[in-house]
Design a protein. Structure first.
Lengths: 341, 630
């Protein structure tokens, strides 16, 4: 019944629109306004551009200010402060050009709308102007690029010695986390060794892997360099830690890395934001299948002392599951041991 | 062999007889036609069909993003099993929707629908040719596209769904059937469909290039080509050089999927087993894909910019400012478009040094783009502006080109891109600069050349309503996405509630979805206007916009061959609007300089003598033809 009524309503509405359309067409034919160019419509369109300019500019300004704290994510890494500054510098430069060009673009239509008593100015070129607005953007862009390039090279330089390594392994649909243990060297891995009890494919015949340990969250110390070693098990993933301004793809067969220095502990950030629930998070930003949106991991940033305490308390893979090394052939175990001496 | 006869006939010298010498059957006139005008219309109507499908798919996933709690049970008759038992959209189907939306819009609508329509329709008309260099190849180009579309359409109805790995279909996700349902038959059909599409683009592109180089009418030097033709020409060059690389990427993917090779696959453990593939590189695919993928942006954008240049000049009643600078910047964009591809891959594991190189190259490409914008603005300055719907859409295009282009400066900067890569900031950026700008170019072109296509006018008032709803709508859809992107919301997410940093902006996402639905609905005003005006619109005058270019010298309904009698010669550039001293505010390209002594510029006086010789020569031909005719 409802459907029927809605259908009738729609039909009525459409026929009203149809009538209005026909009537206005006939009127314009009768008036001969289709032959004219300086019409009311031309004027209305010209005015609408100005209305649009003012209206959207007001809306944009209002919303940008009102929501600033919502869309501006707090930053918690050293390089993040740098890239944020670059972002806002670029925003200032492009924002200026954005507003200036749009004022011209929408004001000209109003100012120069068609009038039969006026003729447009024949102005086909001006080399001086062309050179100016080729060079000025070129210089501005060069400055932006150079500052970006310097930040980029610093960020992508090799990690400083002694950076705390954490391995992140992406798979459908979660991350596995591995720490290098006391030797601070992650043991070898091989994807062919992956099985139910060794989801990371860690090669336990490598002596370096004996003290490696897993973790449910990424725990890292504040103020010290941290190196994420990133790999993937099945398809592409991408590590995204928004508060750290960190992103790097995880590629099967090609380990990648990203190092950074966290600047605020989770506790400090909670106090700053007044949000007791706050956690640093890791998301996936390379589409990887149906669970792409749900690969959440938590990063806990703690004071260095706390970190060392936590680190020393962790149980290695081998401790929690001795069978991992028991299956190894004896000679391989010895080889591995002798190689490490 | 009537097909061969027709084409042989039309390029022959007996042009003045052509329109009554042969009768087209329905099939040769409307279906397997070799007339570039009809092929252009075929591309247009097919493009509109795909735009509706692509737009509809986006509405479906906007429902999910804007109203995640909504019960979508009412869509079950259409989507069947893709609606879960709780009335939600299936997450795999969500990915299929975004993938198909991207593929359809980029390739079928903005490449074939835009370039296919206007390159075909306008190149012969504006350069003064009877038809494309090869009408037969042109016909093949459309029918390969059609076939490609049929295959893609079929893939929408597969049980396991169409390809779903994003429109970029990165392996290993797209290479392994175990990785997601869409990577099975759906992906196979995607690859087959794209193969036909690439063939179609190449057939078309070769034709456009050959035609522009060889079939220009007398006097139509490259320096007198309308900017539309320059744009179509350079677009075809880009396509010709980059589409084969996509083909190679697709071919290697086919090998990896079906024949056990390891071009892109290495060290993979999936579905409980370790695959034997080693030594491949997933990043290799990204390089190959973006070698097309980035030029593709300009393949869809340049024709739109060309169309806009023409329409803005005509309706400002002013020459386009900096004609040469416009051509040089398009050339610059063409060349640079091939050396910026890796800016899509700053955080893909690419060597950071390579990243630096591509950052420099990327920001260089912003310079010619900026020049174009300033030239458009100067063209409007002190013009006498007529707001036809085509003009409105052109101004809208310039606005999108600025808004979306400026955000490109953020993304091209690799340091800033770390945070913004694959967030909604990127979505906002390319939907404005590439999607909406090109779409507005398409719309501007349709409104402007509709009288030439169908001999009737579209309704202006409906055009205005369509423009304002769409213009405001597009900004309301994509502008908020900048905020969402700066906040770090990743792309291609089915739901925002998993993370606390994305667990906000439900209101903004709802707003975007509502705006998207309204904008989509507004397109039906256009559809009505388009099809109604085709049959019932007011009969157009021969040159409704008082434009200078050659297409307006043809009859109202040009037959196959375009001009009855001789093809007109060209004596001047196409932008003599409001020339000082001239009686009218436009002087068509066919008016000799010797006929307008009152408005000639000093350097043009020298050309007058040369021109008189050409005219004398032409008159001889005319006399000879008349003699033959009697």
């Amino acid at each position: 019944m409802y459907g029927f009524l809605i259908a009738i309503g729609v039909v009525l509405l459409l026929s009203v629109i149809w009538m209005v359309y026909r009537i206005q067409t006939l009127i314009s034919v009768a008036k001969g306004s289709d032959k004219k160019i300086q019409t009311t419509s031309n004027k209305v369109n010209a005015i609408l551009f100005v209305v649009f300019l003012v209206g959207t500019f007001a809306l944009m300004t209002w919303y940008s200010i009102k929501e600033f704290n919502n869309y501006q994510l707090p930053v918690a890494s050293e390089h993040g402060v740098l890239t944020d500054r670059l972002f806002w510098i670029t925003m200032a430069v492009t924002g200026f050009i954005f507003i200036l060009t749009h004022i011209l673009l929408f004001w000209f239509p109003y100012k120069y709308q068609y009038r039969t008593d006026r003729k447009a100015v024949y102005y086909p070129d001006n080399n001086k102007l062309e050179v100016i607005w080729t060079l000025v953007p070129a210089v501005v862009l060069a400055l932006l690029v150079i500052s970006g390039w310097r930040a980029w090279t610093d960020i992508t330089d090799p990690a400083p010695d002694g950076a705390h390594e954490v391995e992140l392994l992406g798979y459908q649909f979660a991350w596995e986390i591995r720490y290098p243990g006391k030797d601070n060297i992650l043991g070898d891995f091989d994807y062919r060794l992956i099985n139910a009890s060794n989801s990371r494919g860690v090669d336990f015949s490598d002596q370096n892997s004996r003290d490696d340990f897993p973790s449910q969250t990424v725990v890292i110390p504040k103020g010290e360099p941290v190196l994420f070693k990133i790999r993937a098990r099945d398809v592409l993933h991408s590590v995204f830690a928004p508060h750290m301004r960190l992103k790097m793809d995880a590629v099967p067969g090609m380990p990648t890395r990203f190092w950074f220095i966290p600047t605020k502990t989770t506790a400090e950030m909670r106090a700053e934001l007044g949000d007791e629930e706050f956690e640093y998070e890791i998301a996936c930003t390379e589409v990887c299948g149906s669970g792409h949106f749900s690969m959440r991991r938590v990063i806990t940033v703690v004071e260095p002392d706390e970190y060392r305490k936590w680190f020393s308390e962790q149980k290695t893979f081998v401790d929690s599951n001795p069978s991992l090394v028991m299956d190894l052939p004896v000679n391989e175990k010895e080889l591995a041991e002798s190689a490490n001496q | 062999m009537s097909v061969a006869n027709v084409s042989a006939h039309d390029v022959s010298a007996h042009d003045d007889h052509h329109d009554h010498e042969h009768k087209d059957s329905f099939i040769t006139k409307y279906i397997f036609t070799q007339d570039h005008k009809m092929i252009g219309k075929q591309f247009l109507v097919t493009g509109i069909f795909w735009a509706l499908i692509g737009g509809f798919l986006s509405i479906l996933f906007r429902l999910q993003l804007g109203f995640p709690e909504m019960n979508l049970e009412f869509l079950r008759p259409l989507l069947g099993g893709w609606i879960t038992e709780t009335g939600q959209l299936d997450p795999n189907f969500y990915l299929a929707l975004v993938t198909m939306h991207g593929t359809i819009m980029v390739f079928f609508v903005l490449t074939a629908g835009l370039s296919g329509t206007f390159s075909n329709f306008l190149i012969p008309l504006q350069i003064g040719a009877r038809d494309m260099a090869s009408g037969f190849m042109n016909m093949l180009s459309y029918w390969f596209f059609f076939l490609s579309g049929v295959i893609m359409f079929i893939s929408l109805f597969l049980e396991r769904g169409p390809a779903s790995g994003g429109w970029v279909v990165y392996p290993p996700l797209s290479a392994l059937e175990q990785a997601m349902p869409g990577s099975g038959l759906g992906m196979t059909l995607w690859l087959v469909s794209m193969t036909f599409f690439i063939a179609s683009s190449l057939l078309g592109g070769i034709n456009y290039i050959t035609t522009v180089i060889n079939l220009r009418t007398k006097g139509m030097s490259f320096a007198r080509l309308p900017l539309t033709i320059w744009a179509f020409f350079l677009t075809a060059v880009i396509g010709l050089l980059s589409f084969p690389v996509l083909f190679s990427a697709a071919l290697l993917l086919v090998f990896d999927r079906s024949f056990g090779t390891s071009f892109y696959l290495s060290d993979i453990y999936i579905g409980g087993e370790a695959l034997p593939n080693t030594g491949g590189s997933a990043v290799l695919y990204q390089h190959l894909f973006w070698f097309l993928g980035h030029p593709e942006v300009y393949i869809v954008l340049l024709p739109a910019l060309g169309i806009t240049s023409e329409i803005i000049a005509t309706n400002s009643r002013k020459p386009i400012f900096g004609y040469k600078a416009m051509i040089i910047s398009m050339l610059g964009i063409t060349i640079l478009s091939f050396v910026v591809w890796a800016h899509h891959m700053f955080v893909s594991g690419l060597n950071p040094f390579l990243g630096s190189i591509f950052m420099f190259l990327t920001l260089i490409i912003a310079v010619p783009s900026a020049v174009k914008v300033f030239n458009y603005l100067t063209t409007l300055w002190r013009g006498n502006l007529r707001f036809t719907p085509g003009m409105l859409f052109s101004i809208g295009l310039v606005s999108f080109f600025i808004s979306g282009g400026l955000t490109g400066i953020f993304l091209g900067n690799s340091a800033i891109d770390i945070q913004l890569h694959d967030t909604y900031f990127v979505v906002a950026h390319f939907h404005l600069v590439m999607g909406s700008a090109s779409f507005f170019g398409l719309m501007a072109g349709v409104y402007h050349w509709f009288p030439k296509m169908f001999g009737r006018m579209m309704d202006e008032k409906l055009g205005y309503i369509h423009f304002w709803l769409t213009f405001v709508g597009v900004y309301m859809v994509f502008f908020p996405m900048h905020y969402i992107g700066i906040a770090g919301f990743p792309r291609r997410y089915y739901s925002w509630s998993t993370y606390s940093f994305t667990d906000m902006y439900t209101d903004l996402n709802m707003f975007v979805s509502v705006a998207a639905i309204i904008t989509f609905a507004a397109q039906f005003i256009f559809l009505f206007n388009f099809f109604y005006s085709m049959y019932r619109g007011r009969i157009a005058s021969l040159n409704p916009w008082q434009s200078n270019t050659l297409e307006w010298t043809t009859p109202l309904h040009p037959q196959h061959g375009n001009w009855p009698g001789e093809i007109p010669s060209v004596y001047r550039w196409p932008y003599d609007y409001s020339k000082p001293g001239a009686k009218e505010d436009f002087i068509p390209q066919t008016v000799p300089l010797s006929a307008t002594p009152e408005s000639n510029l000093p350097h043009e006086e020298k050309l007058v003598k040369l021109e008189k010789e050409i005219i004398a020569e032409e008159e001889q031909v005319l006399v000879a033809n008349e003699y033959k005719g009697s």
